[in-house]
Ligand binder design. Structure first.
Ligand SMILES: [Mn+2]
Length: 424
């Protein structure tokens, strides 16, 4: 299904008076409003193809109905999101869950919805039915060269799929590690992983980037071979200029200072991309901004500061992706909430008076520094985000329109109540 432009226009018209009342404060009082609106219009967040179906845990899965049954339907779903918020203009594919059999047709379909292909993701954390060797004891780190070669070949195949779709980056997340003390020789695991990554790196087209994603624990619970930003940074540094660290917000130990990690990686020119989600304990895959919106704001404050210091383009020079799973919410509603949370944090961080903040820092004035940050964080920027959406052709309130158009019911009508999307 597709959302008709008139539906969005009619809805916006019905909400316009209230919206303009809220927006009037901004247009009259804040000189920054216009540049922030423009930055919000430019800022696009990639939707992962694996987040469009209901997720589950190892205890169970409770499908919600109307899930996309094919890559085409996944693209259609991201097209729905993008039509509503005009900020989800990219899709990130996971191979082999979403192998494009006819890349040209898939590209055309995506273009029809205004979507481009963001990073492609390899999968060496599961065994596939037709696979020769098992990844039970790792992939790129494996003791057996034949297993490593199979994982290398898979990553190179993923690059080929990405090239055919017009993507320009590969994300490598490894579940490699060990479950028990003594199981793994850490130095050998590191060297083997680095050697395997180097072979994949050698197959990257010139204008491509490789993102090395780290994770503190799970599925291995004693050691992860790419377990933290330090080891990812080390791999990326040794691989070369096309390799970067990817930060997934849920892949840290509790209370890690992610904003500081981001600041240092950016400062070193080695931050490549982001996976947004939220968590209370670990890799909880919750809606962005649902638990720790202040942390998200602080991360964006560092991102903007670090990107501006290097003259980077906010919209284009880092990979912005959501990586989450939806166990109890409608996946599309959750993704609308996630994108909105990212936009709000971004807009708030753009409001920070960075000159004054720097003065407070130089004067060792933590009270003033906190006031400056929280002044921005406690500002309601939602009218700006809504205005950016309206100007870009989206809905003033995408979630409200999604519900009033009964989109999920329509999808269930088209696809059935018991469909299952590929993914975890
Ligand atoms: Mn991730």
């Amino acid at each position: 299904m597709q959302i008709e432009r008139e539906h969005i226009a009619d809805y916006n018209q019905s909400q316009l008076e209230g919206h303009q009342r809220k927006l009037s404060y901004w247009t009259q009082e804040v000189a920054k409003a216009e540049p922030i609106i423009q930055k919000l219009i430019d800022f696009q967040i990639a939707i992962p193809s694996w987040a469009l179906g209901t997720g589950g845990t190892r205890f169970g899965r409770f499908p919600g109905g109307g899930e996309p049954r094919s890559l085409e339907e996944k693209i259609e779903d991201v097209g729905l999101l993008h039509a509503l918020n005009r900020a989800s203009g990219a899709i990130s594919l996971h191979i082999p869950w979403d192998i494009p059999t006819d890349p040209q047709a898939i590209r055309q379909l995506a273009a029809k919805h205004g979507l481009r292909f963001d990073a492609v993701n390899s999968n060496t954390f599961q065994d596939q039915p037709d696979q020769h060797h098992s990844y039970k004891f790792g992939s790129l780190q494996h003791t057996d060269a034949a297993v490593r070669q199979q994982a290398i070949d898979h990553n190179i195949e993923v690059i080929r799929h990405g090239v055919a779709l017009g993507s320009d980056s590969l994300t490598v997340w490894l579940s490699d590690g060990s479950c028990f003390p003594g199981q793994l020789n850490f130095r050998k695991a590191f060297d083997r992983t680095l050697g395997s990554l180097a072979e994949i790196y050698a197959a990257l087209p010139n204008d491509w980037k490789m993102f090395v994603e780290y994770k503190a624990f799970e599925p291995n619970f004693y050691s992860m071979t790419v377990g933290d930003w330090g080891s990812s940074f080390l791999y990326a540094s040794k691989l070369g200029p096309k390799a970067y660290t990817l930060v997934d917000l849920g892949h840290h130990l509790p209370n890690a200072n992610i904003e500081q990690i981001v600041a240092i990686l950016l400062h070193q020119g080695k931050l490549g991309g982001f996976h947004f989600n939220d968590s209370k304990y670990g890799d909880d895959d919750l809606t962005v901004g649902s638990i720790r919106p202040y942390q998200l704001f602080l991360i964006f404050a560092e991102l903007i500061d670090g990107m501006d210091a290097r003259g980077m383009n906010h919209a284009k020079d880092l990979g912005w992706m959501i990586d989450a799973s939806h166990n109890v919410k409608d996946p599309l509603e959750d993704l609308l909430q996630s994108v909105e949370a990212i936009q709000i944090a971004y807009a708030q961080a753009l409001l920070v008076d960075r000159e004054a903040l720097e003065e407070a820092r130089e004067a060792n004035d933590p009270v003033r520094a906190q006031e400056i940050l929280q002044e921005a964080f406690r500002t309601d920027v939602r009218p700006l985000v809504a205005e950016a959406r309206r100007r870009a052709g989206g809905a003033l309130n995408p979630l409200a329109l999604f519900r009033s158009l009964n989109i999920r019911q329509q999808l269930i009508g088209e696809r059935g109540a018991k469909t299952v999307a590929t993914g975890l």
